[in-house]
Design a protein around this ligand. Structure first.
Ligand SMILES: [Fe+2]
Length: 352
């Protein structure tokens, strides 16, 4: 068995492959690591056959759907998952065949109602059901401390104590444990009766994970996160550094051979523009871009640089213009905030 563990912040993903057949499954992949997973699979000579989420994640953005689109392989989740894009729904006691490997599902609701653990050959991918020195929380949507107690004490903790525990999270850089070690040392497992465990889980007073709303929205619907939209837009257009633009603007102001041809398009709102903009910049707020583009930019062959306050809205606007047929559009790498901080030239007032 080939096993790769990939950490992203506190999240752990796993690439597990059969050395005999070269087929593999990717467990709990995270959106920012897509290239890394594909590179690892290529390095290890593995072909990813299944993309598995152990549960609906509330704290990070799953890459299963995007990878499924790229690789044309199924997204696998537990039967009770609400996500509409799941291709293969699997239940307790059922198995996936990964070459010679047998990946068996143990249904373990509690952290969420769709949580499952995956058991392969003395390795247990525990998702957020059992963590090293902890357990998944039960206070997020569909969490249930009583169900978690049953999943832990009646199901996975009864496995061979030598079974390796490979969780979906670890915030302290630890990579693995065993069932035996967790039973002996995990503080959450010391109070074994149900009522004490439930009481413990209900009084953890944990803060909400960052991006919980966005993570649940995207992971349950297959929709895109803001970061994904920005990354997709950024991949469509070239960028120009602030210093490069400043040099061109100054050369043009001095009448030197500069970049007279370049249209600087400021897509902020009018009051921000009038408060201070790049000399010669034109105003076309992002909200009016599509509706006014024909009047404002009649020549699609012109070179256009798009800027905004922080460099994100301008990236989206530049990608939109590119999509509309403006072949020479670039986005500013940074925004007006950084331009002001750098002390670069500004004009104020209305568009001349
Ligand atoms: Fe989770």
């Amino acid at each position: 068995m080939i096993l790769e563990q990939i950490a992203t912040g506190g999240c752990q993903s796993y690439l597990v492959g059969c050395d005999d057949s070269s087929s593999a499954a990717l467990i709990d992949p995270e959106i920012s690591k897509i290239d890394h997973y594909l590179a690892l699979a290529a390095r290890d000579g593995l072909r990813i056959r299944y993309l598995i989420d152990t549960h609906t994640h509330a704290d990070h953005f799953s890459a299963t759907r995007e990878l499924a689109r790229r690789l044309a392989v199924p997204v696998v989740m537990h039967r009770s998952s609400a996500a509409p894009f799941v291709d293969l729904r699997i239940g307790d006691g059922e198995m996936l065949l990964i070459g010679q490997l047998r990946l068996r599902v143990i249904y373990t609701p509690g952290h969420t109602s769709d949580s499952m653990c995956l058991h392969i050959d003395r390795h247990l991918f525990t998702g957020d059901t059992l963590l090293i020195g902890g357990t998944g929380r039960t206070d997020l949507p569909s969490g249930d401390p009583e169900a978690l107690h049953d999943s832990l004490f009646r199901r996975i903790l009864t496995l061979d104590p030598e079974t390796r525990v490979l969780p979906a999270h670890d915030y302290k850089g630890r990579q693995q444990s065993t069932i035996g070690k967790e039973l002996a040392t995990n503080p959450r497992l010391q109070a074994r009766d149900r009522a004490t465990f439930v009481d413990l889980m209900q009084n953890l007073n944990l803060s909400m994970p960052t991006h919980v709303t966005e993570a649940l929205r995207t992971n349950m619907s297959g929709g895109k996160s803001v970061a994904q939209l920005l990354a997709e837009a950024a991949a469509k257009v070239p960028f120009m550094a602030l210093e490069e633009l400043r040099a061109r603007v100054q050369a043009a102001a001095l009448g030197e051979p500069g970049d007279d041809e370049l249209i600087v398009l400021d897509v902020r709102e009018r009051d921000a523009y009038e408060g201070g903009h790049i000399p010669r910049a034109r105003l076309l707020p992002r909200g009016q871009l599509e509706l006014r583009v024909n009047q404002e930019l009649p020549d699609p062959t012109r070179r256009i640089l798009v800027c905004c306050e922080l460099g994100q809205v301008s990236t989206l606007a530049a990608a939109t213009l590119h999509e509309m047929g403006f072949a020479h559009v670039v986005a500013l790498d940074g925004g007006m905030k950084a331009w002001r901080v750098a002390g670069y030239p500004l004009n104020s007032g209305a568009q001349s």
